[in-house]
Design a protein around this ligand. Sequence first.
Ligand code: COA
Length: 384
Amino acid sequence: MTTFGIHDIELVTTHHALDLAELARARGVDPAKFEIGLGQTRMSVPAPDEDAVTMGATAALRVLERHGSDRLRSLLFATESGVDQSKSGGMFVHGLLGLPPQMRVMEFKQACYAGTAALQAAIAAVARDPGAEVLVVISDVAKYELDSSGEPTQGAAAVAMLVKADPALVEIEPETGMFSAEVDDFWRPNDSTTARVDGALSLKAYLDALIGSWDDYAARGGRAIEEIDRFLYHQPFTKMAVKGHQRLGRHTGADLTAEQLETSRTYNRVLGNSYGASIYAALASLLHHEDGLEGKRIGFYSYGSGSVGEYFTGVVRPGYREHLHPEPIQSDLAARPSISFDEYVALHETVLSSAEDVETPRVTGAPFRFAGIRGGARQYERNA
Ligand code: COA
């Protein structure tokens, strides 16, 4: 039987990062609250010439350099931090990568859930046309108000995944459980660059949707929890995955262990929140840090405030390790300079208006950069 799923994956983040110990010092908070209470040590901070498009284009470039674009029929771009109210961030990526015109490009939005919506749409598209490939790009900059409760849970990252028949990494299984409920736990008004959040309500909504989507998954013929070997969760901060795992264990009565999700938290601890990309950053972390996963079943819990939850599973393919490329993200993370608290605040407060032409300073060393605004339109370019 033909299988469908993830053939390749790349994770990309920003040029620099803020150490959460530095944020704790500046805010007069015990650093253990961030490191132990939230499970975070650093958070990615975009340079002035980086955004969701530049990170997404870099991740997509790394995937397409290996596979080409001959069979590519769709580019699905998922983001909460879109750069335009109308034009898809995917169109900028399409242009930067010089992709063929004979393809579909669009943007998906539903807070942190959008990447899973794009992945499921990609699976459906390749199931209908098994010779085709779909590029899913999930890219977000998580930004809250300065000195707000959400401040230590900011961050940024992009994941690009090539979806096709007979995938090399993870086969996505057809059973899926869904749960949607209208709730004001997190949102970002059209005139705001920062998200608003009711922290306590967002935790409750996340856990309610976990149980709701799990129950739907189970009712629709999903696997027994004992058949799932590793567990991935949407990770706005990595302690949230632990909370979700404990809650699922209590709900199902299963003896779930911390080891079942430990390796999936490694990258997210130093990226911070990456909204839609976070669960797929967790997937990259799991695959990069564990041997012997062939044939193992992974449970995915994807959540997006507002709110939508989805539970589904995938099975790791034989020989997956030969198709992984951990070097770029691991060397990028090791090389990232830490910025000071004052530099972080200055970057946070810089908001560009489309009413003025501006050129951004040249900072990022990534293949693509946001060059500025001209005539109200965002300008992107290949880095020299
Ligand atoms: N040492 C160790 N742990 C400490 C600590 C210390 N000195 N001080 C506090 N903590 C722990 C708390 O016990 C708590 O852990 P617990 O929830 O397991 O009990 C954790 O650190 C956070 O403390 P809390 O007082 O709840 O933090 P907060 O009120 O500042 O807000 C969030 C935490 C997550 C609600 C906030 O960061 C937020 O709004 N984030 C954005 C929304 C979000 O990510 N939602 C998730 C669902 S999508």
